[in-house]
Write a protein that binds this ligand. Structure first.
Ligand SMILES: [Zn+2]
Length: 349
């Protein structure tokens, strides 16, 4: 059933469809495959612990001669740093988030590899891209959950809605921009919201993992995506979010070989996808399916491709020439794979 997954040869690797004209003066973009190949093997494990994330980011920053800058956006509830890595100095700002749910790791190695691919090589295209955009990535938003392989953050005092009492909070229910930040009981969500307010990113992309599902045509879904669905998000932000979704659908399908559906997500304002849409960003959720371990590299490549294509489309403006109406043609996610036991108790984003 999933024989097609992972066996895909990366094609021409076009980041911008031929129909979308490039910005004048923009150098020819390298292929996704060559960008992916620029990051050394073994840079970071598929399911890294926080100290492995820190070590890999330090290596990227050193190799980049300062073009990848490291910091933190705050600390977890257990006082682990929440790593922020930034590349580029341009006026178009993007914010990527990985691993808000500690047991959904694969966006994290994708982010580290993307930071290498964007920050370490120094071709004319790389210099052009970095002059146009500033990309912030909070790499592994939930380190306390990562060390426990759990969805929630670590907070034994947690209780109430969107918590597992005695365990922790679901960080991705606490980005509600209608709540005063200081009243949010989740330090990881407070840190992301404060970073948003400090930088006003045009685009926010949040990387998660889901269970296993079938496409309407019977193939296995390898990724699902969704834009803000809350009615509180403004029309312009929703339109731009749908444009980012369409570009991701196109590139993930044609370049990464992914089988992509629309994610059946909810309307709650505290979900990052909705919260940052309400604040005015183009906002996208990307859910990688939890395929067998031998397909982890394929899934990391999918997230990597999304990260590169989104920042490239922001740099040359081609994202905003995408037809947002095409988001409605992204197929609905099909049924759960009946013969697969999913590991997580709930796979809502
Ligand atoms: Zn998740």
């Amino acid at each position: 059933m999933c024989a097609v997954v992972g066996a895909v040869v990366i094609g021409a690797g076009l980041l911008t469809p031929p129909s979308a004209s490039a910005a004048p003066g923009a150098p020819q973009a390298p292929s996704v495959a060559s960008l992916a190949a620029s990051a050394p093997a073994g840079l970071i494990p598929d399911r890294p612990m926080p100290e492995e994330v820190a070590r890999a980011l330090t290596r990227v920053a050193r190799a980049s001669d300062g073009r990848v800058r490291l910091g933190t956006v705050g600390s977890s509830n257990e006082q682990r740093p929440l790593p922020l890595a930034s590349v580029g100095t341009g006026g178009v700002r993007l914010l990527y988030l990985t691993q808000q749910h500690g047991d959904e790791p694969l966006g994290t190695p994708a982010a580290v590899r993307a930071l290498w691919a964007l920050g370490v090589p120094d071709s004319a295209w790389h210099r052009w891209l970095r002059s146009r955009v500033t990309l912030d990535i909070v790499v592994q938003v939930n380190p306390d959950g990562a060390v426990r392989n759990q969805r929630y953050n670590h907070d034994p005092s947690a209780g109430g809605e969107y918590s597992e009492p005695g365990v922790g909070y679901d960080i991705n229910r606490f980005h509600n921009p209608l709540t005063p930040i200081e009243d949010i009981p989740v330090p990881e969500a407070r840190a992301i919201l404060r970073r948003w307010h400090a930088t006003h990113p045009a685009i926010v992309v949040d990387y998660h993992m889901q269970g296993r599902y079938l496409q309407p045509d019977g193939r296995e879904t390898t990724a699902s995506i969704l834009w803000p669905t809350t009615t509180l998000a403004g029309e312009a932000a929703v339109t731009r979010s749908r444009q980012v979704a369409v570009r991701n659908f196109d590139v993930l399908t044609s370049v990464a070989g992914a089988n992509v559906t629309r994610y059946p997500g909810g309307d709650y304002e505290g979900i990052a996808r909705n919260g940052y849409g309400i604040l005015g960003s183009a906002s996208l959720l990307v859910e990688l399916s939890d395929l067998p371990p031998e397909q982890a590299d394929f899934q990391i490549r999918t997230a990597f491709t999304s990260m590169i294509a989104t920042v490239h489309g922001a740099a040359n403006g081609s994202l905003w020439r995408t037809d947002p109406a095409r988001a409605d043609t992204i197929p609905e996610r099909g049924p759960s794979l009946p013969d697969v036991t999913t590991l997580r108790r709930a796979d809502a984003a």
